[in-house]
Design a binder for this molecule. Sequence first.
Ligand code: VGL
Ligand code: ZN
Length: 197
Amino acid sequence: MQALIVIDLQNDFCPGGSLAVTEGDEIVAPINALMDAFDAVILTQDWHPVGHSSFASSHRSQAPFDVIDMPYGPQVLWPDHCVQGTSGADFHADLNIDKADIIVRKGFRPEIDSYSAFFENDHKTPTGLEGYLRTRGIVDLTFVGLATDFCVNFSAVDAAKLGFDVSVRQDLCRAIDLDGSLTGAKEGMKTAGVRLV
Ligand code: VGL
Ligand code: ZN
């Protein structure tokens, strides 16, 4: 059983959004075209409350893209993005969400960010996706979406560590690329046993 996992293909990560990823919208049509080839289609949705702790605006004297120490480790501070119920948090209008079997929301706890579709940034608190996949007998995962070096990277590495067979379609991902984060992400994924296609 093979699943396509589409990471955070939301307006705020697309051109015009508050944390826009260059060419983020270009991958929507080819991702739609891929959906029918899989036994399951899973979407993730970054879903932050107003004032989330990953927003630079929630911290005095911090600017977007600064890194601070949180109790669970270093955290990049972001522009406000994907706030629950806003149009920025909506999926890209052309994404075929009708094909989704399940939508996994993440980042909804005020005090902790969640890049990975499996665990929050403490690498411990589960989202429940692992149980969903295991109970459906899904062993083979293909990741696409945004952003290659953050949410796709963290999700793919966690999936590989959990023992899933993991591929990342690099042509169907786009990166934020902060200070070499894309290079680091590719190395980390390869080390974890992720197939970069
Ligand atoms: C993401 C930064 C903050 C992502 C989400 O989807 O890669 N990046 N929140
Ligand atoms: Zn976020």
